[in-house]
Design a protein around this ligand. Structure first.
Ligand SMILES: Cc1cc2nc3c(=O)[nH]c(=O)nc-3n(C[C@H](O)[C@H](O)[C@H](O)COP(=O)(O)OP(=O)(O)OC[C@H]3O[C@@H](n4cnc5c(N)ncnc54)[C@H](O)[C@@H]3O)c2cc1C
Length: 198
């Protein structure tokens, strides 16, 4: 949600976790009937050079609830998501609706279209993806995978952390391969080579 040029909002915090659910319910968390939202509020002081304000609302969603709609149903449901999100934001910023210039919404179908991620996933796999990824070089020597596979945490920070770990693995692999190649060209025995690799 982008505010019209010249419009502003008071500081209400950078991240607002909002829920109208009485208790934790993981099914409700992903339901199209949204009860929990995270609002990220972007103020000009955090973006030097800009005098504009924006709010991003994030919610969980199920691929199945979005993937099989007709174009009309999809448009209708996206419109509903936008309206109910503005309604929810009005609780914190009562006059926000009249200040908005641009509002757009994305769904798992949008993420699938732009990222090609299976079922429109945003944050990669949970821990089950890690073993598959780590076992790759055991099956095909020299083939490594890095990405958001649930090490430490998912998202871009998890992807970076895992990238560092995999870079280290690749360096080890290259180093050991180099030592093996070196030793064979110098005519070392198999036992000596084995020692260098271990
Ligand atoms: C809308 C949105 C908001 C997000 N917000 C946050 C956030 O606030 N904080 C956070 O931590 N994380 C966030 N994430 C998640 C984060 O962006 C991802 O977890 C992270 O980028 C995953 O990195 P990756 O390298 O595993 O995958 P990607 O960044 O998806 O990289 C995969 C690459 O592989 C390429 N590719 C795919 N298939 C092929 C193929 N067959 N051949 C060649 N190339 C291919 C793709 O083009 C892409 O460049 C968000 C994601 C989305 C979609």
């Amino acid at each position: 949600m982008g505010l019209r040029k010249g419009e502003s909002i008071d500081y209400i915090g950078d991240l607002i976790f909002a829920s109208v659910k009485d208790e934790f319910d993981s099914v409700a968390l992903c339901s199209k009937n949204v009860t929990s939202r995270t609002f990220s509020v972007y103020y000009p002081h955090l973006r030097p050079g800009s005098d504009r304000y924006a709010v991003v609302s994030s919610t969980n969603a199920n691929w199945e609830e979005w993937a099989h709609l007709s174009p009309e149903e999809y448009k209708r449901d996206k419109g509903c998501l936008i309206e109910t999100t503005i309604d929810a934001l009005e609780k914190y910023l009562p006059d926000i609706r009249g200040k908005l210039d641009l509002v757009e919404a994305s769904t798992p179908v949008t993420f699938h279209r732009y990222t090609q991620h299976a079922r429109g996933a945003t944050f990669g796999t949970k821990f089950e993806g890690l073993k598959v990824s780590m076992d790759l070089p055991k099956q095909v020597g020299g083939l490594f995978h890095a990405g958001s596979v649930g090490i430490i945490m998912s998202g871009w920070l998890g992807a970076i952390n895992y990238g560092v770990i995999v870079a280290h693995e690749i360096e080890n692999f290259m180093y050991n391969s180099g030592r093996a190649a070196d030793s064979s060209s110098r005519g070392y025995s198999a036992t000596e080579t084995q020692g260098a690799l271990s």
